[in-house]
Design a protein around this ligand. Structure first.
Ligand code: AMP
Length: 477
């Protein structure tokens, strides 16, 4: 079956030829005709299945071929795509531009962590497709710089992640601003019960598409477990990378601090490495990602949330330096390799503290993974497990979005403010955590004690600040 068989228009077929896609993936085969028919869609598809083109192509075609549904809204946004993270938002919008290169449709991406003013300026002009993270979108709503009254198509991409990250209230606020007559497309890695409930309320008689059974591990990925002592992990990773001549390695850690420490340690071992996570500035994250994609950076160390949406074809090696708290994250992580028909290797360095996590993973993927003990790195049989940092629940978003600070341009226009009230992952944060950010030479973002006018306030630790910092650090961010 070809893309033309799916009913796509010549402008899109030309763009697909230009990007080199010849055959639709299963999700594209199923989703494209359904979306073209105007139906609501509930799709279970993981990253790496080609889901982005699965909704972007028919969305473009519908906008290009149907008259404006809400004609009074001449300059209003016709399609809104919500994503959980900045990286995913950027990549989705890049796909919109790429596939829509021969169409006269305009698009834009908005997310937090960058100056809000240029976004506000751009929003004044005609815009057909907006890709956004929920927090920054609501910031614009609060400032009155966005009008969602003309939205004809809504896409919730990685909806399960958005719910996991505590965005449910924000999404409900956004839904309340949309016209009731519209097409809704919901993409999620799984049909978890909360997604089903959410979908029931949102979607109107949706078509259902499920391209991969829930939580199946990519078959093309070769998976291996390296049992090793906690303190020997870095040395083992250095040896694996060096001896195996691995040149493009995505490494996962559980915490931001761990990511920084490992990147520095590998660098010190002569292996160029950088970390990306929620405490890095947007510029630092983009720099690291583009160098890694271009093959100029050998190792990228990432936390789970930061890695969402990282899209690199045929990534050869993924390393779980630490196992994730949730088995589904293991599946997401290893899905970074073995993409689009390419083979890949996913290895996990597992110490005694993580045995329970490993058995949970094996139970979930219904597979016993091969253990490989590297000579010189045999685990100490007398080692005792130490408790792992507990996973933290997602915080509830604030209740006062439109009212919060939006009346105060001095704050929201401050160049150093995120303006989002969220962590840099786009995750909701509490009031106490909303002070401006400082970016150090490595691109790490830290918060200082300045008030809205930039004056330094008392350095006495704020109970809320301390609490929220602890929560964020423990999170898989
Ligand atoms: P996604 O699941 O949307 O993140 O896409 C995963 C990767 O597959 C991306 O790098 C896409 O560029 C690529 N891709 C999407 N559709 C196709 C296709 N039909 N043929 C080849 N590659 C594709």
């Amino acid at each position: 079956m070809s893309f033309a068989d799916l009913g796509l228009m010549p402008e899109l077929l030309r763009a697909l030829t230009a990007v080199g896609y010849t055959t639709p993936t299963p999700i594209q085969r199923e989703a494209i005709p359904l979306v073209l028919s105007g139906r609501d869609l509930l799709a279970a598809a993981q990253t790496g299945t080609g889901k982005t083109a699965g909704f972007t192509l028919p969305l473009l075609q519908r906008l290009a071929t149907t008259p404006v549904l809400h004609p009074s809204n001449k300059h209003r946004i016709r399609a809104l795509v919500l994503t959980p993270t900045r990286e995913l938002a950027s990549q989705v919008e890049a796909s919109v531009k790429e596939y829509g290169q021969d169409l006269k449709l305009s698009s834009m991406v908005i997310f937090g962590g960058v100056n809000i003013n240029p976004q506000r300026d751009r929003l004044q002009r005609k815009l057909d497709i907006l890709v956004a993270t929920p927090g920054r979108l609501l910031d614009h709503v609060g400032q009155g710089s966005i009008d969602l009254g003309g939205v004809e198509i809504l896409v919730l991409d990685e909806a399960d992640r958005m719910l996991d990250m505590g965005f449910i209230r924000d999404i409900k606020r956004i839904l309340a601003l949309l016209p009731s007559q519209r097409q809704n497309l919901l993409f999620s890695a799984t049909f978890a019960p909360e997604i089903k409930t959410f979908a029931q309320n949102l979607l109107d008689n949706p078509a259902k598409v499920e391209v991969a059974p829930q939580v199946t591990t990519a078959e093309r990925v070769e998976q291996r477990i390296y049992p090793v002592d906690r303190d020997a992990k870095k040395a083992l990773l250095t040896q694996l990378i060096t001896d195996g001549n691995w040149n493009q390695v995505l490494v996962f850690t559980r915490t931001k601090h761990g990511a920084n420490r490992l990147a520095e340690g590998l660098d010190a071992d002569g292996i160029p490495a950088m970390a990306i996570h929620g405490n890095k500035s947007q510029a630092a994250r983009e720099r690291a990602l583009s160098q890694f994609k271009a093959g100029k950076l050998r190792v990228l160390v990432a936390t789970d949330i930061a890695a969402r949406g990282i899209d690199i074809d045929a990534l050869p090696h993924v390393v779980n330096y630490e196992l994730p708290n949730v088995p589904e994250d293991y599946v997401h992580r290893i899905g970074r390799t073995g993409r689009a028909g390419a083979g890949g290797i996913a290895v996990s360095l597992v110490c005694i503290d993580e045995h329970k996590l490993l058995s949970d993973i094996e139970r979930t993927i219904r597979q016993k993974l091969e253990r490989v003990i590297v000579p010189g790195f045999e685990p100490d049989p007398n080692a005792r497990p130490e408790p792992l940092r507990k996973p933290q629940a997602a915080r509830q978003p604030r209740r006062d979005i439109p009212a919060r600070n939006h009346g105060s341009p001095s704050r929201s226009e401050g160049a150093r403010s995120t303006g989002t009230g969220r962590t840099n992952e786009g995750r909701p944060s509490n009031q106490a955590n909303r002070s401006p950010n400082r970016v150090d030479a490595n691109g790490n973002v830290s918060r200082d004690n300045r008030d809205n006018r930039g004056n330094t306030t008392a350095s006495r630790p704020q109970p809320g600040n301390r609490g929220s910092r602890r929560r964020t650090e423990g999170y898989n961010a």
